[in-house]
Ligand binder design. Structure first.
Ligand SMILES: [Zn+2]
Length: 91
């Protein structure tokens, strides 16, 4: 059985979609990765103000920093995200 995968270079990750899972909110924000830590620096949903992180850590800001630093290190390392593609269901 063949496997279809999608390989995305880190440099191709330019937009992040964040969805608040707070009941009654469900807001979706699509934001450039470069602005992720600015938009979510408070760690709160910009719409309902729900906390979007685990205590003591703003993981969205950490993700933004990690992406920025890995992109800057492109001479040393290439990072790809490999996403399996589901085969279209027959019938
Ligand atoms: Zn929300």
């Amino acid at each position: 059985m063949s496997e279809h995968v999608l390989k995305i270079l880190l440099s191709e990750l330019v937009t992040v979609r964040v969805r608040c899972r707070q009941q009654g909110c469900g807001a979706i924000v699509e934001i450039p990765t470069e602005e992720l830590d600015q938009k979510f620096h408070s760690g709160l949903c910009p719409f309902c103000r729900a906390v979007l992180q685990l205590p003591q850590n703003n993981h969205l800001a950490e993700l933004a920093r990690a992406l920025r630093e890995l992109k800057a290190a492109h001479q040393q390392v290439e990072v790809q995200f490999v996403i399996p593609q589901k085969a279209p269901s027959a019938g």
